[in-house]
Design a protein around this ligand. Structure first.
Ligand code: PLP
Length: 393
């Protein structure tokens, strides 16, 4: 593509971060527990307020947030945790690090959980559910929440890549007992690395604060007077998953920009999706009227392609400098369940497998201009139609 902005670009950091960072450079005050009210604490307050949650804990990644969440809802070694079969490797990895066994539920070609399979697997052996709103695609959260509540199973939301998404006007990441978000560079808010968890449950936040590394009485600096920290003092093993003040200073000025980024991302997505859907070779998973997406990437399915033709899409686009990834045809893709050999016996999941072998993935950074989007559409259509023709001739 000739455009200046590449699909690999992250969001630029607002200039307002500079003054705060300069101040931190002078004082060297980078550790969250040195100042009485640190940048990290301010980020927690501001993010919780923006999302309408009672409590937030900033950590060093969404992976850490997901791991902590499982420990805080009571997942124990040997327990089973139900997760979608299409998610980032961080999720089954967090389950394994918690000593538990991941059970994988099928994901259909609409990129949402197959609810029949989910319900069938949500049995008495399941200690917790982690739902990944993968690439911002939301599964039926009403049904999932009702099933988990009815069976008394805690629900954790991996909203790492779904900041700003709404489900029936509720903010994704605030529906389950805990919601986890990522500030890694290629998510809606760019902190380089970083994550945050949200909850309304005072016991969950107390445990999470301790285990994230609030040794001694550092919990008092989180400013949650009604949370029963004293009850849990010295009862949980400490770790260090803390965020530092520099990351928080980079993230904070982006929170007021989320709504604008979401609107732009959705507008870009709808524009590109509409154009791609006009091709008989491409199908963009249909919108669900209950969902308002917050996309910064686009996934589409190749229609009527065989494996060789699908591989040509990857080869042609890669040769032209802007690879279109097909999750299940790309060696060692971390979002492909059969690559998660670390979970032990990888199950066979025909619905998810079929989806992964035709689902394409391309970034759509929210800062792209109309001209850049047009270039992207032309590029995709060229690669896809050439890949199809080359084999046929
Ligand atoms: C990015 C991502 C993660 C991991 O987030 P990190 O902050 O990089 O640990 C987990 N789940 C999903 C769905 C993601 O997109």
């Amino acid at each position: 593509m000739s455009s200046k902005r590449s699909v690999y670009d992250a969001e630029p950091i607002p200039g307002a971060a500079r003054d705060v960072i300069d101040g931190l450079m002078e004082t060297g005050d980078l550790f969250r527990y040195t100042a009485k009210v640190s940048q990290v604490t301010l980020l927690e307050k501001e993010f919780a307020a923006y999302m309408g949650s009672k409590y937030a804990l900033a950590v060093n990644s969404a992976s850490s947030a997901i791991y902590l969440s499982m420990l805080c809802v009571g997942v124990k070694p040997g327990d089973q945790v139900l997760i979608p079969a299409w998610t980032f490797a961080a999720v089954p990895s967090a389950v394994v690090h918690a000593g538990a066994l991941p059970v994988l539920a099928e994901v259909g070609e609409n990129l949402r959980l197959d609810m029949a399979d989910f319900e069938a697997k949500l049995n008495g052996n399941i200690a917790a559910v982690v739902i990944s709103h993968m690439r911002g695609h939301t599964s039926d959260m009403d049904a999932i929440q009702a099933l988990c509540n009815a069976r008394g199973i805690p629900l954790i939301e991996d909203a790492a890549h779904s900041l700003g998404t709404l489900w029936n006007n509720r903010k994704i990441g605030t529906i389950g007992a805990v919601g986890c978000f990522s500030f890694q560079s290629y998510k809606m808010v760019n902190g380089g690395e970083g994550g945050i968890l949200l909850t309304d449950d005072p016991d969950i936040i107390a445990k999470a604060v301790f285990m994230s590394g609030a040794y001694e009485h550092n919990w008092s600096k989180h400013g949650y007077p009604e949370v029963p920290f004293e009850k849990y003092q010295n009862l949980f093993p400490l770790f260090n998953l803390r965020m530092n003040n520099l990351s928080a200073a980079v993230i904070r000025p982006q929170i007021p920009l989320i709504d604008e980024r979401v609107a732009k991302g959705l507008e870009n997505y709808n524009y590109v999706a509409g154009k791609l859907n006009a091709s008989p070779l491409i199908s963009v998973p249909p919108a669900d009227p209950r969902e308002r997406r917050a996309p910064d990437s686009l996934q589409f399915n190749l229609v009527g392609f065989d494996d060789a033709q699908a591989r040509r899409v990857m080869e042609i686009s890669t040769a032209r400098g802007n690879p279109i990834a097909i999750f299940g045809l790309q060696g060692d893709n971390a979002r492909v369940f059969w690559n998660w050999k670390f979970i032990g016996n990888v199950p066979e999941l025909p619905i998810t497998r079929a989806m992964l072998q035709r689902a394409c993935d391309i970034r759509l950074p929210v800062g792209m201009s109309r001209a850049e989007l047009d270039d992207t559409v032309d590029f995709i259509l060229d690669c896809v139609s050439e890949a199809r023709m080359l084999i046929a001739s």
